[in-house]
Design a protein around this ligand. Structure first.
Ligand code: F6P
Length: 568
C-alpha cells in the first residue's frame, strides 16, 4: 500500500531527526566498548556474518528505524513485490527478479499467471544450447567449435554479467569448467571498445550474444550491427545465423535484426534491466563460459537471500538492516555517499554494478506519487578492491569527508598462496587490512596519543584522525558461485528497502531519457553536416562552437565512407 503522506512527514522520521543530536554526542570509541551493543549488532545467515557495530547507531537508533520501516509500510511493500503487484507504477509493471531464481516448483504470479514455469523453460533452453556450444555440437559456419563469446549489451545488460564473470573467473570450479573458453563484453559504443572486444578473436570460432531488453538501445544496436558486419565480412552473411544469438524481451525486433527467433532467449518486462543478471541476460553468457551447473549455484545463492529477505524478522534481516542503516546515514546523518570495498580482487566489478543498481534505482527527485521530495533520495556509490583503495582514496575517508564504508571479506581465498618463511599467508596479509581499516575509521587517533608518541607538535594536527567514521563488515565463507549470488541479492534488496522507505519508485529510470533524445538531435546534425555540408543550427552557443570545431577538425572524413572495421 503506497503511503499518501511523504515519509518525512511521519512521526518516526521526526523522531529520528531529533535523535541525531544525541548520537552526535557519542563516539564510536565508546560505542564499541559496549559489548552487549556490539553482540546485538551481528547477524549470521547461511554462512555469512554481518557486523554493523561500527555504525553511528545505538539499539535505540535501530528501534527508531524499525518504527520508520513500519511508517513506510516496508513489510507490505516487500509482500507486494513478491506477489507480483505492479509496484513499478510509472511503467505499470511487476518487479519480479526474485522469480528468476525461484525453485522450479515455486509459484510466483504476475497478472494472475505463475511465471516460474516460463522462467524455467528459458533456463532449460539455455542449458541445452550452452551445452551444445560447449561440447561442439553447435558449431560455426565453417564447422569449428565456438570457444569465444562476445556479449554485446550496456547498462543492466552488461554490468551485472560482467560483475559475476569477473568474480567467477578465479573460482577453481569455474576455472575448470571454462578451460579453453573466453567471454568478453562489448558495451561502449566507442569504436575503441569494439576493437578491444574483437582483438585476437577469429570470427570462425566466435559466438556473439546480443543482449538488450528493448533491442532498441542505440549503443547496443550499432555494436551489434558492427559485429554482424565483422562476421559477414569474414564468413559471408549466411554465417550470422550460426554466430549470433540474442537475449531480449522484444523477439519481433530480434527477428527483424536477422537473428532466428529460435536462437533468441526471452525475458519479461517484469525484469528491470539492472535487476536482470539472473535472467538470460546473465545466465546465457555465463553458462556458455562456465556451464549451466555453475550458474545454477549462483542462482541458488541469490534465491537463499530472497527467502531470507521475505521471511526474516527485520532485526535479523540482512538486506533490511543494511537498507535502514543506509537511510540513517544518508537522510539523518547527512552522509550521501557509500564506499563499496571488497577485500578480494574477484569483486572488482561489484562497485560498478551496484552503482547502476543503486543510483539508477534510487536517484529520484519525486515520490512514487509524483510529489516533489523535500529531502534528497539516493546515494553516491563508488568503490574499489580494498587494498587498492587504501593507496588511493582512503586518505579522504580517514581524514576528509565521512563516507560510510561496506567492507566485504572472504574467509577462504579462491586462490590461496603460502610462501615458506613469510609471517602470514598472502590472504591473511590482505585480510589484516580488512580487519584493521574499520577500527582505524572508528577509533581514529587523538592528539594525546600522538603527544605520547613524541610526534612533533607542528605535525600533530596532520596526524590526528577524528575517528567516529561508520562502516560495516560482511564476512563471506568464500567466494563461490553461490556466495556471489548471495551478495548480489543482498545489494538488490537493500536498495529496494531504501527506495521503499523513501517512498520512491526504485524500478523506473526516466532520468536517462533526456540525454538520449538530445543525442538524437546531435546525430541528425552530424549526418546533415557531413553529407550535405549543412551548418550547425539549433544549438546553444557552447554546443554549436564545440560541434563546429569537431566537424571542421575532422573534415577529412569522407561523406559516404566505405565500411571500415578495426585493425587491431
Ligand atoms: O541506461 C538506461 C537503460 O535503459 C538501463 O536501464 C538498461 O539497463 C540499459 O539502458 C540497457 O537497456 P537495454 O537492455 O534495453 O538495451
Amino acid at each position: 500500500m503506497a503511503s499518501p503522506t511523504l515519509i518525512c512527514d511521519t512521526e518516526p522520521w521526526n523522531d529520528l531527526k531529533n535523535h541525531v543530536e544525541e548520537i552526535k554526542k557519542s563516539h564510536l570509541r565508546n560505542l564499541m566498548s559496549d559489548t552487549e551493543r556490539c553482540k546485538s549488532m551481528m547477524v549470521e545467515f547461511d554462512g555469512m556474518l554481518l557486523d554493523y557495530s561500527r555504525q553511528n547507531a545505538t539499539l535505540e537508533t535501530l528501534n527508531k528505524l524499525y518504527q520508520l520501516a513500519e511508517a513506510a509500510h516496508l513489510k507490505e511493500k516487500i509482500n507486494r513485490m513478491y506477489s507480483g503487484e505492479h509496484i513499478n507504477s510509472t511503467e505499470n509493471r511487476s518487479v519480479l527478479h526474485v522469480a528468476l531464481r525461484a525453485a522450479r516448483d515455486a509459484v510466483i504470479n504476475s497478472d494472475g499467471k505463475n511465471v516460474v514455469p516460463e522462467v524455467w523453460k528459458v533456463l532449460d533452453k539455455i542449458q541445452e544450447f550452452s551445452e551444445k556450444v560447449r561440447i561442439g555440437s553447435w558449431v560455426g559456419a565453417t564447422g569449428k567449435s565456438l570457444k569465444d563469446v562476445i556479449a554485446v549489451g550496456i547498462g543492466g545488460s552488461f554490468l551485472g554479467p560482467l560483475f559475476v564473470h569477473t568474480a567467477l573467473q578465479t573460482d577453481p570450479e569455474a576455472i575448470k569448467s571454462s578451460r579453453g573458453r573466453q567471454l568478453r563484453f562489448l558495451a561502449n559504443v566507442d569504436p575503441v571498445d569494439v576493437a578491444k572486444s574483437i582483438a585476437g578473436l577469429n570470427p570462425e570460432t566466435t559466438l556473439v550474444v546480443v543482449v538488450s531488453k528493448t533491442f532498441t538501445t542505440a549503443e547496443t544496436m550499432l555494436n551489434a550491427r558492427t559485429l554482424r558486419e565483422w562476421i559477414s565480412a569474414a564468413l559471408g552473411p549466411s554465417a550470422v545465423a550460426k554466430h549470433m544469438v540474442a537475449v531480449s524481451t522484444n523477439l519481433t525486433l530480434v527477428e527483424k535484426f536477422g537473428i532466428d527467433p529460435n536462437n533468441a532467449f526471452a525475458f519479461w518486462d517484469w525484469v528491470g534491466g539492472r535487476y536482470s543478471v539472473c535472467s538470460a541476460v546473465g545466465v546465457l553468457p555465463l553458462s556458455l563460459q562456465y556451464g549451466f551447473s555453475v550458474v545454477e549455484k549462483f542462482l541458488k545463492g541469490a534465491s537463499s537471500i530472497d527467502q531470507h529477505f521475505y521471511s526474516a524478522h527485520f532485526d535479523k534481516n540482512i538486506p533490511v538492516l543494511l537498507g535502514l542503516l543506509s537511510i540513517w546515514n544518508v537522510s539523518f546523518l547527512g552522509y550521501p555517499a557509500r564506499a563499496i570495498l571488497p577485500y578480494t580482487q574477484a569483486l572488482e566489478k561489484l562497485a560498478p554494478h551496484i552503482q547502476q543498481v543503486s543510483m539508477e534505482s534510487n536517484g529520484k527527485g519525486v515520490s512514487i506519487d509524483g510529489v516533489l521530495l523535500p529531502f534528497e533520495a539516493g546515494e553516491i556509490d563508488f568503490g574499489e578492491p580494498g587494498t587498492n583503495g587504501q593507496h588511493s582514496f582512503y586518505q579522504l575517508i580517514h581524514q576528509g569527508r565521512v563516507i560510510p564504508c561496506d567492507f566485504i571479506g572472504v574467509v577462504k581465498s579462491q586462490q590461496p598462496i603460502y610462501l615458506k618463511g613469510e609471517v602470514v599467508s598472502n590472504h591473511d596479509e590482505l585480510m589484516s587490512n580488512f580487519f584493521a581499516q574499520p577500527d582505524a575509521l572508528a577509533y581514529g587517533k587523538t592528539p594525546e596519543q600522538l603527544q605520547k608518541e613524541n610526534v612533533p607538535p607542528h605535525l600533530i594536527p596532520h596526524k590526528t584522525f577524528s575517528g567516529n567514521r561508520p562502516s560495516l563488515s560482511l564476512l563471506l565463507p568464500t567466494l563461490s558461485a553461490y556466495n556471489i549470488g548471495q551478495l548480489l541479492a543482498i545489494y538488490e534488496h537493500r536498495i529496494a528497502v531504501e527506495g521503499f522507505i523513501w517512498g520512491i519508485n526504485s524500478f523506473d529510470q526516466w532520468g536517462v531519457e533526456l540525454g538520449k533524445s538530445l543525442a538524437t538531435q546531435v546525430r541528425k546534425q552530424l549526418h546533415a553536416s557531413r553529407t550535405k555540408g549543412e551548418p550547425v543550427e539549433g544549438f546553444n552557443f557552447s554546443t554549436k562552437t564545440l560541434l563546429t570545431r569537431y566537424l571542421e577538425a575532422s573534415s577529412d572524413i569522407p561523406a559516404d565512407p566505405p565500411t571500415l572495421l578495426p585493425r587491431i
